[in-house]
Write a protein that binds this ligand. Sequence first.
Ligand SMILES: Nc1ncnc2c1ncn2[C@@H]1O[C@H](COP(=O)(O)OP(=O)(O)OP(=O)(O)O)[C@@H](O)[C@H]1O
Ligand SMILES: [Mg+2]
Length: 479
Amino acid sequence: MSQESILVVDDEEVMRDVLGSLLTQAGYEVSLAPNGAEGLELARKGMYAAALVDMMLPEMDGMTVLEELKKTDPDLVVLMITAHASVETAIAAMRRGAFDYVAKPFKHEELLHALDNGLNQRRLTDENRQLRAALRDQGRFMEIVGKSPRMLQIFQLIAQAAPSRSTILVAGESGTGKELVAKAIHANSPRKDKPFVVVNSGSLPHDLLESNLFGHVKGAFTGAVYAKKGLFELADKGTLFFDEIGNIPLETQAKLLRVMQEREFMRLGGVETIKVDVRVVAATNIDLRRAVDEGRFREDLYYRLNVIAIPLPPLRQRKEDIPALVQHFVDEYAAENSKQVEGVTPEVMQTLMDYDWPGNVRELENVIERGVVLTTGPLIGKDLVPEHVRSRPSFHIPQVAVPPEGINLREVIAHFERRLIESTLESTGGVQKDAARLLGLKPTTLNEMIKRHSILLPRDRDRRGTTRDEGSAVKTTSA
Ligand SMILES: Nc1ncnc2c1ncn2[C@@H]1O[C@H](COP(=O)(O)OP(=O)(O)OP(=O)(O)O)[C@@H](O)[C@H]1O
Ligand SMILES: [Mg+2]
């Protein structure tokens, strides 16, 4: 460990000498100040682990020096030295942040011991702070927020794959962060200072897409008045990100494969081969494997692209990421809009946790942006959550796990269905029309289900054992 520095503030020269040599011998680096003003000056310039401050100082007294020192560094360990070992002054000093005090005359060991205690405590505080920072950092990778096990795996995959030149296929539903991942790959690669070029493969007809990708020479086709560089050339030494690669027409797929294999191509209408060094990252929100099986995507290109696969899970499969994402977007949009918004109410957080997020992180981001812009208070309330998010069945299915011996899914579901219908009928006093509405069923459907499950209506139960209504649609069972 490097030598720790101690600041001594004492007006008595003898005392400064004694403390100076004592601490130096004990292995500390020491600075001496004869009064508070000089002590503070030193503290503002240097990095001290601890300060020994005499209580009785001319002009600025020890208590004031203590307070000022704590302002320069709240973690500074301050020991007060007092000739008047009155308990009151000692307690007052400690209340204002002194770690301890020693009363003159003191034994050397006594002082060193008190100092050692203080420094140990400080080290613990430092370690805790570092630990907290490290944990916080773990919850994100560059701009990607996530602390679910699956996202931590993704972070590791990105970190491992980024430095190589290998092609990467990022797969995931819309809004799961595919482009963000592609950017993180680029930013963590040796190519980070070179271009990151996005190809929106989506909607273009193949000839236009190809002239975009490979460029064209002057006069290559009607309207090609100037020669134009393609995206492959623009991305040279950098990364080319193919968004929605599954939409690329088959003709273009063949050309793409060739460029990726040979690392050279010709501009449309050109004769000159152009060499490029491009790393390809592709994204897809469709199952490319299936597209291959259905003949819509070339199998050879699929294998070329899928050298390293990064499958991004949908948000509903990593709901533990929601609170961190919410905070991230609240902070982002509060800053962007210069608003003092701190978060969402606990009730809103529960709503956001219950919702299924078909639009994934992008949908969540939009909801939070809207909330931050519209809220008048520091917390986003339920009234600012869009209706469709709120009106999701607030019905909460608890986390369930299948026991090791296994279950019969159909039986369990039937049982669950029956229980839900029973409890709903209970709550409507047996009125089927109301129960059907609560369950989102047509009354006739509910009635069929009641029969199928042989459910006893409350009114039937009341009558059980007395008169049986012959016309009742419901069969009574002894269960
Ligand atoms: N883990 C995350 N942490 C922070 N922001 C995220 C995260 N995932 C996605 N986002 C944000 O959500 C939005 C959508 O992400 P992105 O554009 O990368 O998704 P995508 O998968 O490419 O979607 P699409 O398939 O619709 O193109 C962006 O604003 C992005 O910054
Ligand atoms: Mg995208």
